[in-house]
Design a protein around this ligand. Structure first.
Ligand SMILES: Nc1ncnc2c1ncn2[C@@H]1O[C@H](COP(=O)(O)OP(=O)(O)OP(=O)(O)O)[C@@H](O)[C@H]1O
Length: 244
């Protein structure tokens, strides 16, 4: 696999981030600093604000206060173009598998032969070799999610945000997605991923963020957060208690 980019050096910071809807304070993040190599996994109970945080970090939602910076600069259009996001349910074009990738590769100005070569390379990376002409909407859930991730990687992002990419998938399909994510990470893409799955955090994360009630309750080295947190609610959540 070619290096996708040099995203491991990317530093994303959220400072004083507040998101209010009606009379509810949905996000209240004093300071969050995501840097260094290896995937960041964001965990937390339902409604803790994980998806909202991801959307703010990607610039899809503008916070009511505070700011998101990438490499020391307030998130700008050029930086956002170097980020990509994949959602829980893959959104694919009503076209062939190859056409879904070609749509992105064209915008990068690649020639037709270069696009064909890159498409084959990406499909091999995602275990979808030979599927070029298959209708994208006829892929299985796991295959469709892999194609969505490959399409995101085709943009050669510095940062890839993933919002519960395996939540609807069986273990085999989950394993294939995890392998793809780890491969992208190893080749330089900064991964920031939301999941409900604590086991997945153990398998993938270098660092773990635990959100509780719109706030960052814990952030640090995965083993420390998952096994040695001193935060009462975080410990209960990680132990499997229902938190609401
Ligand atoms: N546009 C909105 N207006 C009002 N409330 C919202 C809006 N978007 C999200 N919320 C609320 O903000 C809270 C956090 O939502 P978010 O989707 O970030 O949670 P989450 O941690 O990703 O949860 P889940 O694990 O269930 O996906 C929830 O209570 C949700 O209902």
């Amino acid at each position: 696999m070619r290096d996708f980019c040099g995203g491991q050096g990317v530093l994303i910071e959220a400072t004083g981030l507040r998101l209010v809807r009606g009379d509810k304070l949905l996000l209240d993040i004093a300071h969050l600093r995501l840097g260094g190599p290896g995937p960041t996994v964001i965990l937390g109970p339902n409604g803790a604000g994980k998806s909202l945080l991801l959307r703010c970090l990607h610039g899809l939602i503008r916070a009511d206060a505070g700011q998101v910076c990438q490499d020391g600069l307030p998130l700008n259009k050029a930086q956002r173009m170097r980020q990509a996001m994949v959602f829980q349910r893959p959104v694919l074009l009503r076209r062939s598998v190859a056409a879904n990738l070609d749509f992105v590769l064209r915008r990068q100005g690649l020639s037709r032969p270069a696009r064909r070569e890159r498409t084959a390379e990406l499909l091999a990376t995602g275990g979808l070799s030979g599927r070029e002409r298959q209708w994208a909407r006829s892929l299985s859930g796991g295959e469709a999610q892999r194609l969505a991730i490959l399409r995101a990687l085709a943009t050669e992002p510095d940062v890839l945000f993933l919002d519960e990419p395996t939540s609807a998938l069986d273990p085999g399909a989950t394993q294939a997605i995890e392998a793809l994510v780890m491969r992208a990470s190893a080749h330089g893409v900064r991964i920031v991923m939301v999941t409900h799955d604590i086991g997945q955090a153990r398998r993938l994360a270098r660092d773990v963020v635990v959100m509780i009630g719109g706030q960052v309750a814990e952030h640090g080295d995965a083993a420390r957060v998952l096994d040695q947190s001193t935060h009462g609610t975080v410990r209960r959540f990680l132990a499997g208690d229902l938190i609401f």
